[in-house]
Ligand binder design. Sequence first.
Ligand SMILES: *Cc1c(COP(=O)(O)O)cnc(C)c1O
Length: 470
Amino acid sequence: MRYLSTRGGMPARSFSEILLAGLADDGGLSICESYPQVSTQELSAWRDLSYPDLAFEIISRFATDIPAQDLREIINATYTAKKFGSEEITPLTWLDSDVAILGLSNGPTLAFKDIAMQFLGNLFEYILTKNNQQLNILGATSGDTGPSAEYAMLGKSHVRVFMLSPYQRMSPFQEAQMYSLDEDNIFNIAVEGSFDRAQDMVKGVSHDAEFKARYKVGTVNSINWARVTAQVVYYFKGYLAATQSNAQKVSFTVPSGNFGNIYAGHIARQMGLPIEKLVLATNENNVLDEFFRTGIYKVRSEENVYVTSSPSMDISKASNFERFIYDLVGRDPEIVGDLWHQVETKGFFDLSETEYFSKVKNYGFKSGSSTHHDRIETIRQIKNDYDLVIDTHTADGIKVAKEFIQENIPMICLETALPAKFEATVIEALGYKPDRPVSHNDIETKPKKYDVMLPSVDQIKTYMQERIKI
Ligand SMILES: *Cc1c(COP(=O)(O)O)cnc(C)c1O
C-alpha cells in the first residue's frame, strides 16, 4: 500500500515512512492510494476472530511494509484484557433491540483515544528501535489527549514526551492522570496561561525546522495515519458483534471533534463493511454538523469556540476532514488545495451548489448536534431507562442517534469516554459521582511531578535541550 498527499505534492511513500511525519511536505494529509477491499467471504471468516486477530487482518492491509510476524506481535502486545479490561476489548452493550453502545473507553485513561494511542506507542518503539532513532514528542493538551499519549509512551526507551498543559485549568482528575506519572521519559509542563498559549508554544517550536530536525521533535496528533488505521478495527468489531450475517446492515453514531474517529468509519464503509449510516454528532461547536446539513464548511476562530461540557469536542476546525473531502471531490488534489486555500483566505468553502455535496449521501453521512441541556437530559434518561451512567460525549452521540434510528438496522453508538472523566457534569445530571474503575481510585492524592513554565517558545526549547541527549 502506498500513501499520497491530499494536495498531490508528495512522492508515494510507505506506511513506515509516513508514520513519524505530521503533515505531508506540501501541507496536505497523507492518505492511502486506495481503500483495501474486504470480500463478504472474508468478512464471514472474520466473525470468529479475537480482537487482536481481527486487528491484524485489517491493519496489515495498510501497514504492508511491516513484516507480518512483527506486526502480529505488536498488535498482540497492545490489545490485551489486562490493558482494556476484557478479551472483547470493545464490548457491545444493547440498550434495546435496535440501539447498542460500543464500549471504547476501557483503556488506561478511560477514553477511546487509548485504542489507537496504545498501538501507536508500541509501533513507534518498534520502528525507532529497528532504526536506532529517538523521538521527542511535543504536544499541548487541554486534558484528554495528554494522558492518552503519556500512558502510551510510558517506559518506552526511544521516546520522550513533553506535554504542555494549562496550569490549574484542568479538572483535578485530569491533572492527576498526567502529573502522577513518575517516569524518566515523561515531562509534564504546566503552562501559566490557557490551552491556546500552550498550543502556540508547540506551533512556535514546529516553525523552527532546524530545532525540530536536530532534536527529533514529533507529534502524535489526530492526523497520524496509524491512529486512524487502528480505529477502523472497532467498526468491524462492532458490526460483527451486532449481526449474525453479512446481509444485515448497521449504522454508527460518532461523537466528533477532529473527524478522526468517524473518518475511520468512512474507511470501514469504503472497505466494504455493510454500514447504512454514519451519523456525526457535535456539541455547540457544530462546524461539522453545519457542513453535513448545508454544504458549507466554515471554521471558527479560537475565540469563537464555546467551552462546553463535552470539552474533547470543542474544536475550531476539524483536522482530519481534508481526507474525507479528498474522497468527496473524486480524489483531485487540485480541488482540495483550492478549497483549503479558500478556508485560509475567506474562512470557509461552500459546496452546497455542487455535484460533490450531493455525493455526501452516497457515503451514508448524517449529522446533528446537542446542547448542554440535551446532554444532561440524555444522561438522566439513560440512567433512568437502562440503569447505565454515560459521559457527556457519549450522551451527545445518543441524543443525535435517536434522530436517525431506522427499523431493523441496529444503531451502534460509540462510547468515547467513561463518566468518571467528567464527574462535574454527571453530578449536575444525577446528583452523585459516577463510579470509578479501581485503577483510578484516589488518583488525586498521589504525589505530582510537573514543572511550571511561562508561555514562552524559548523556554520550552531550552527545557527540551537540557533533557535531550544528542
Ligand atoms: C477526542 C475525543 C472525541 C472526538 O474525536 P475525533 O476523532 O476528534 O472526532 C470525542 N470524545 C472524546 C471523549 C474524545 O476524547
